[in-house]
Design a protein around this ligand. Structure first.
Ligand code: GDP
Ligand code: ZN
Length: 307
């Protein structure tokens, strides 16, 4: 009996949400099959990357999502009604895409990297459009400073397909997203990754097709090395929320690494005596641009923190 057969599959473990179109979903079952699903009730809001418990229906090819497993992390943004909207869940990696065109804002890159650090995911900076020629000296310097702070740096050209293998390698075994300023080439890079994906492009564009009554759709594209990239307009345009003031320093790797050497355990690295961070900035071991960026983000966080 086919119904009984699929019911045994529902007990085999949670399914992964691999595409969303409003209130409709595509699930990857533990056995590798993909099925479409809806949710039971209005209370559940699954997103791409979620692990869910789902059950097949008796006389219907659709499945029903009955529960969302606890999330390891969430990518969120405030929506227009002042509530927090979850864009994706259970991420492993964030790739911050940047380029010399449009002119880069390194403070924005720092904010993405800070958010990634606080979410507990690995991050990389992908400098795209290298086909345009020599990097701007300020960009070359900024990338070198990130590398020295311990971040992974990739050089890519979505136009010429350069560095796409390195980007694939970075995403191996990881569920990742590409974020960054508008116009840096995120969609173009995702398209390059999709070309290497496990699914034929037609099947993915079918998944990407926005439902008639839905506004946001997102899709998770499986890559050949066990990785995946989650893509949607919302994910690509995601701007990180400002962290709690006490958390900001943890989002700057080189500052977090120096902080245990400060005299005060609650040192904010501003005007405190015997501050290891300021010492390293003076010695040139921590980039002064990154330090100023830290101070700027901390000031922003403190302004927003005030009741
Ligand atoms: P997004 O807004 O970050 O998703 O950026 P898009 O992928 O839409 O690309 C923005 C513009 O940059 C488009 O005109 C692309 O053709 C162009 N672009 C993207 N990647 C490259 C690249 O590697 N080299 C060059 N020269 N142009 C690129
Ligand atoms: Zn300090």
């Amino acid at each position: 009996m086919p119904g009984a057969d699929s019911r045994t599959h529902s007990a085999a473990g949670p399914a992964r949400v691999v595409a969303t179109f409003g209130r409709r979903f595509t699930l990857a079952l533990p056995d590798g099959r993909e099925v479409s699903a809806r949710v039971k009730g209005r209370r559940l809001h699954p997103v791409c990357g979620d692990l869910v418990d789902a059950e097949p229906l008796e006389h219907d090819p659709e499945w029903v999502i009955v529960a969302i497993r606890p999330r390891r992390n969430e990518l969120t943004r405030p929506n227009l009604r002042g509530r927090v909207e979850v864009l994706a869940a259970n991420l492993d990696a964030i790739v911050v895409v940047t380029a010399d065109l449009p002119p880069p804002d390194w403070f924005i890159v720092d904010r993405y990297l800070c958010a990634a650090e606080l979410m507990g995911v690995v991050s990389a900076v992908a400098f795209n459009k290298i086909d345009l020629g020599e990097l701007h000296p300020a960009s070359a310097r900024a990338l070198e400073e990130y590398r020295e702070a311990g971040y992974v740096i990739l050089h890519t050209s979505a136009r010429e397909g350069l560095g796409v293998d390195a980007l694939l390698d970075f995403l191996a075994g990881r569920r990742g997203i590409l974020v960054g300023q508008s116009g840096v080439g995120k969609s173009s890079l995702v398209n390059r990754l999709v070309e290497r994906s496990l699914l034929p492009t037609a099947e993915i564009s079918e998944k990407r097709r926005e439902g008639r009554h839905t506004t946001v759709s997102s899709v998770m594209v499986a890559l050949p090395n066990g990785g995946a990239v989650i893509d949607s307009p919302g994910v690509r345009d995601y701007a990180p929320a400002v962290a709690e003031p006490a958390e900001v320093a943890r989002g700057y790797r080189e500052i977090a690494a120096a902080a245990p050497h400060c005299r005060f355990t609650d040192c904010r690295h501003l005007r405190e005596p015997d501050c290891a961070v300021k010492e390293r900035v003076e010695q040139g071991a921590i980039s002064s641009r990154r330090y100023e960026s830290y101070r700027r983000l901390l000031a922003l966080a403190e302004r927003l923190d005030r009741p």
